[in-house]
Design a protein around this ligand. Structure first.
Ligand SMILES: Nc1ncnc2c1ncn2[C@@H]1O[C@H](COP(=O)(O)OP(=O)(O)OP(=O)(O)O)[C@@H](O)[C@H]1O
Ligand SMILES: [Mg+2]
Length: 281
């Protein structure tokens, strides 16, 4: 899926400023279906790592291979195809302010010339997946930060990419909403999508017992595999879940909670029989 072989990235200096070695000696492999955190302090090289995967920047030395594309030899006209296989949730969401939630997601399909009929079927499906079908006609400014982020996630999911990358997914939202987006990413991972979460938050990276790749001063200084899931103690098993705590007895859990996060798997499409072979998240 993603392979770095002896990768070095140097940003050239500009006469007065020196060359900056943003990454060096990076060797790693992220396999299909993995859920990986990339952890590092400010300036460690996390965004550079993402930019190399997206081919917004080219490696100075070494090879980056993503979804079978060798990014040291990829042609400019092939880069859109590379990017179609990568769903990215940017830290600042990058939604178009004058477009509704629906249009923001649909736009990502229109620019790749997907037929309107397919767009009309797919967009409600992904909005439902992130629990925001009822906000389809809201503008970004009418949505909370967490909702905007889920729209950004819906947009990232629209092409059913094999890899989802989230840059600081909890950075711009309340901690509680951060948990929601992480649950959603886990649900997406459960159905086979590779998920890479970039963060500077150590607690976040450790909380989920997933693989954690730590970058420091441009080098991978630790690569800790996912911890085997511990069996819950009887007391933990008996404790109410977050969803149960959030609702009065006999009442359903909060409706704002994304369907996929509640069930641990993506919500089923509401339409029936329309999708050939079923929709992919
Ligand atoms: N376009 C650029 N030109 C020159 N230097 C750059 C450029 N982009 C990043 N750098 C430098 O490369 C190093 C790594 O930066 P990068 O943006 O990858 O860090 P980061 O881990 O994403 O940090 P943050 O958490 O603050 O976003 C830093 O020293 C930074 O100043
Ligand atoms: Mg960064």
């Amino acid at each position: 899926m993603i392979r770095f072989e002896n990768v070095k990235k140097v940003y050239p200096g500009t006469g007065k400023s020196p060359d900056i070695v943003a990454l060096q000696n990076v060797n790693l492999h992220i396999g299909k279906g993995e859920f990986v955190f990339v952890l590092g302090h400010s300036g460690a090289g996390k965004s550079t790592f993402l930019k190399l995967i997206l081919r917004e920047e080219a490696a100075t030395e070494g090879r980056v291979i993503v979804n079978g594309w060798d990014l040291s030899t990829i042609k400019n006209r092939e880069i859109p195809y590379l990017r179609r296989g990568l769903g990215v949730v940017f830290q600042d969401f990058r939604l178009i302010p004058t477009m509704t939630a629906y249009e923001n997601v649909a736009f990502a399909m229109r620019v790749t010339n997907i037929p309107e009929k397919q767009i009309k079927r797919r967009v409600p499906y992904v909005l439902n997946l992130v629990g925001l079908r009822d906000k389809a006609y809201s503008l970004p400014q009418e949505l909370s930060g967490g909702e905007q982020q889920r729209i950004a996630l819906a947009r990232a999911l629209v092409h059913s990419p094999p890899i989802i990358i989230a840059d600081e997914p909890t950075g711009n939202i309340d901690p509680e909403l951060g948990v929601e987006i992480m649950e959603l990413l886990q649900a997406i991972n459960t159905v086979g999508t590779t998920v890479v979460v970039v963060t500077h938050e150590r607690d976040l990276a450790l909380r989920f017992h997933k693989r954690v790749i730590t970058i420091d001063h441009g080098e991978v200084v630790a690569d800790a595999p996912a911890a085997p899931r511990r069996r819950r103690t009887p007391a933990e098993a008996a404790a109410p879940t977050a969803a149960q705590r959030g609702s009065a007895p006999g009442q359903p859990a909060r409706p704002a909670r994304p369907a996929a996060a509640r069930t641990g798997r993506p919500a089923a499409p509401r339409h029936t029989g329309a999708a050939k072979g079923g929709e992919q998240p």
